[in-house]
Each structure stands twice: as C-alpha cells, then as structure tokens.
Design a protein around this ligand. Sequence first.
Ligand code: CMC
Length: 428
Amino acid sequence: MSDKAQLHIGDQSFDLPAIEGTEGEKAIDISKLRDQSGYVTLDVGYKNTGATKSAITFLDGEKGILKYRGYPIEQLAEKSSFIEVAYLLIYGELPSEQQLHNFEYEISHHTLVHEDMKKFFDGFPSKSHPMGQLSSLIGALAAFNPESLKSGLTADAVNLEIIKLIAKMSTIVSWIYKKSLGHPVIYPWNKYDYVTNFLHMTFGQRTEDYTPDPVVVSAMNTLLILHADHEQNCSTSTVRIVGSSDANLYASISAGISALWGPLHGGANQAVIEMLEQIKADGGDTDKFIAKAKDKNDPFRLMGFGHRVYKNFDPRAKIIKKACDDILAKLGVQDEVLDIAKRLEEVALQDSYFVERKLYPNVDFYSGIIYRALGFPTEMFTVLFALGRLPGWIAQWKEMKENKEPIGRPRQIYVGATNRDYTEINNR
Ligand code: CMC
C-alpha cells in the first residue's frame, strides 16, 4: 500500500506513510514525525502503538483469532506438541520429522543444570514465591554461560544458548516445585520427551521409571501450547526492549519473567484461584462479588476477565474451557471452585457492565483450575505460564536481533516543575 496519511497541525501539514500488514492491519508510520514537525505522539500504556513489525503471531481481538506463524491456535492445540510449536515459533516453519527429532535430542541433552545452581535453592526462604526464584535463576544462568555475554555471536552460538535455555528452564521449574515441598530434586532423564521429563522431575520418584497418565501429558501440552506466544504483550515487549540494549538472552528472559509476574498479566492465573477461594470461603455468593467488581470505589476486579486486545472472546479461553471439563471428568476431580467459576461466568456474561465493556473470560480464568487438578500448588501457576511462554519470548528476542532493531527508548511529555533554585535545608 502506498497511501499516505496527512497530519494537519495549525497551518502546517505533514505526510506520513501508511503501511499495511499481511493480515490487513493498518498503521501510520510516525517514526520520522518528530524530525519533520517537532511533535511526538502520546499513548500511555501503548494502547494504540505498534512497537515492531513481526512475523510470529497474529491476533485479531475483535474476531477472536490467534495464529502462530499463520497456523490457527485451534489446530495446533489439537494436533501438535509443545516442542513442535516451540520449533515453529522460533524457526518460522513446522519441522520435518528429522528436524523435530534433532531439536528434541538437543534439548534433552542439555537439561542438566550446573550443580552449583542448587546452592541458590538453599539461600531462598522456604516460602519464597516461585516467580521470584525463577527470574533470579534464569538471570543466574548467564553467570554459568559466560560465552552468552559476548557481542556478535554466530547464529550457531545463539542457537546453542536457545537450546540450553529451553532445556534448563523445565529442570529449574520442577526444582522450584520440589523446593516448595522441601523434597530432594529429581534429575532429568533424557530418554523422556520434554513434557514427560518435566512431569517426571515434578511428580516422579527418584529411582523409578515414571509412567505419566496420558491425560496429564495431553493437558500439559495443550496448556503450554496455548501460552506459547501472544505477540507484543507486557512481558514480550519487556524481553524485546531489554534485548534491544544487547543484553544477553538469559537477562532478557529473566526480565520478561518479572513482567509476567504481575496479577494483571500472567499472575492472573494465581489471582483467579485465590479469588474463587475467597468467594467460596465467603459463602459462594457470586452476585455479591459481581457487584464489588462493578463498584468503582471497590478495588476488587473480576480476575480472569477482560483483555487489552480481545474484545469479543479469547480463543484460548474457549479451548481451555473445554479442556478443563474433559480433564476434570477424566481424572474424576470434583472441584467446588469450578462450579463457582461457571456461575460467575454465566452471571457476568449477561450483566450490562461486562457486556458494554466487552469483558469476557480470558485464558487465565480456567487454566488455574486445570493446574490445580493436575496437582500444582497455586503459587506455581504463573511459573507454568512462563514455561509455556518461553518459546514465544525466545522467538521475539531472536526476531528483534535478526531485524537489527534499535535500542527501545520511548519519549515522554514532561509535566513536572520547571526551573527552581536549590535552597539550603534550613531555609525550607
Ligand atoms: N473486572 C471489573 N472491571 C474491569 C475488569 C475486570 N476484570 N477489567 C476491566 N474492567 C473495566 C475497567 O474498570 C474499565 O472500566 P471504565 O471504562 O468504567 O473505567 C474498563 O473495564 C476497561 O478496562 P481497562 O483497565 O481500561 O482495560 P485494559 O485494557 O487497560 O486492561 C486488563 C486489561 C486485562 C489488565 C484488565 O481487563 C484486567 O485487569 N483484568 C483482570 C486481570 C486479568 O485477568 N489479567 C489477565 C489477562 S490474560 C493473560 C495475559 O495474556 O496476560
């Protein structure tokens, strides 16, 4: 598209290039606007700002569409595996059988973490939050992989760090779980596939073969695939912006983990279960909590509802809701909080407050109920989100590097005090 947008300010006018993405998304390129006119744009929270051109994930919030590299999330969740999706996100194409085998082989042969890393676990207080541990431990991997700090690494050297990070993250996540129980860690066993190995280190025994329930393996694969990427959200933008300073992969991902932790982002899955437990403990009156969520003087929000970009439905939530019903039925789990969740959803979907604001259940509304049924404690939920999001973060970091994007550095509109003279403390 060669259209131009025209911006009129007073009696001046400026031509701005209009661009269009492959899915028809339209944008006005304002990158030269300040040089042309002296103006910058203001968009707090980046609600209407494209920060990059990306070929990884497309989503249409109005139509409820999510695709990784052009493949609909529904097809990937049903037919693919997490590791195949990770390959697709990172390298751009579905792998051949041989490519997938090689990728899995490389990952399974890098799952051991340096023995000295175990000492970190002794230093963390026994009740420390798993997300704090995860971001520290992933950042610490840079210290154990000093070659990753060098600038101008070859593509093969970068790829090795990517493989190591994917492999070691699952070991670290399961060890964080073991630490929370005070149990000894279980070492990876490279005869297993990625998800089975993770479940073996998390729920298996030290010396015995682990035979996972196929229902559990399939549920983990689905959850990890649904979380694997979500274009330029808070944590992904963090990863790209940290990486844009040429910070190493581990530091960039560690920053993304910290960004994910907040309850408005990945931390919502923990917050949803805590909210449902709170409603249950209060007698289960969902109407009371719907009223609280609508009351502007009450800080209470319906966690797991609403999304910055999905204004119709979250396609991930649709898949996960069905998976939740199936998994609970197959595992024979009765969960009272699921009944509360369903009542809450039913009431909210008909309430004009939620309808007018286009607030629908998001992916986190049901993911926590599945994690709970699989046996994970609530504080581990966001760590599991991070495990799923890792390939997306890596793909976005790699794309940003390959596109040679400049360092991220937003502008601001200064609204503070202007010139003031310093006064001595005894004169204030
Ligand atoms: N409960 C009650 N009211 C809400 C909620 C909610 N969960 N979410 C938004 N609103 C209201 C909000 O008060 C505002 O009302 P008004 O126009 O009267 O001031 C309106 O809806 C628009 O909300 P917003 O905060 O301006 O929207 P946003 O795009 O800045 O925030 C959000 C999106 C996801 C942070 C927000 O909907 C929210 O806090 N949801 C609960 C937390 C949550 O579930 N987060 C997980 C998101 S999915 C996982 C991920 O990808 O991160």
